[in-house]
Design a protein around this ligand. Sequence first.
Ligand code: 0O2
Length: 227
Amino acid sequence: MDGETAADLVQLRREFERFLMRYKFGMEEISTKLEILRQEFGLLDGHNPIERIEHRLKSMDGILEKAARKGIEPSFEALREHVHDIAGVRVTCSFVSDVRRIVDLLTSQDDITVVAVKDYISEPKPNGYRSLHVILDVPVFLSGGSEAVRVEVQFRTIAMDLWASLEHKTYYKYETKVPQHLLDGLAEAAEEAARLDATMERLHHEVRSYRPDGDERMPRRRPAVRV
Ligand code: 0O2
């Protein structure tokens, strides 16, 4: 490799790092918004709808592999336009109603622009995958001004998350040649997880509305909280 090629590669690597930096900031902006909601619910409400918030930045290899798989040109412009999950945030909730509540609270914020919603809870994927994905733009304020950064936020329940992580591990382990009996088992487990979510939701609402004095309409009075 001559000196010029090596210098070009170093330059390209720097540009990729700068490209990824914006996604890191966008991901952190969204995580902070969700963390604020989580802490507010923790202080003021008896039930916190957010169990867990995780985030990850797709690696350079992961981005290029996805671009190649989908026939996307490996230019920064094309990656920005067509790869939506470079910055990913995952929110795990206890119940499906919590998922919908947090989606509404996040997407109704003034500085958020919703690009697309993929509701795999209402319409699960054929393999049984359930989650609600929101692709959104959030402004990031850099030294040169504000830039809209695309972030994919995945919302799911604990049961959906358990299923998705097992399914992901299975595919990773068998390198996509998953035996049929495992695929069938996963499909069955996805249905059981959906049933569990529905039962837990029903029980949760019953417990939430129960009042020892028998009046189910009266809101329970909570002690004042000092912040
Ligand atoms: P990783 O390793 O999590 O990053 P599109 O954007 O519509 O052109 P894409 O990106 O495949 O196509 O969209 P989709 O279907 O919304 O999937 C985006 C992400 O959702 C995936 O990212 C997974 O994280 C998750 N996901 C989607 N389908 C499944 C599934 O069947 N099982 C599991 N476990 N996760 C799923 P990546 O890049 O595939 O992977």
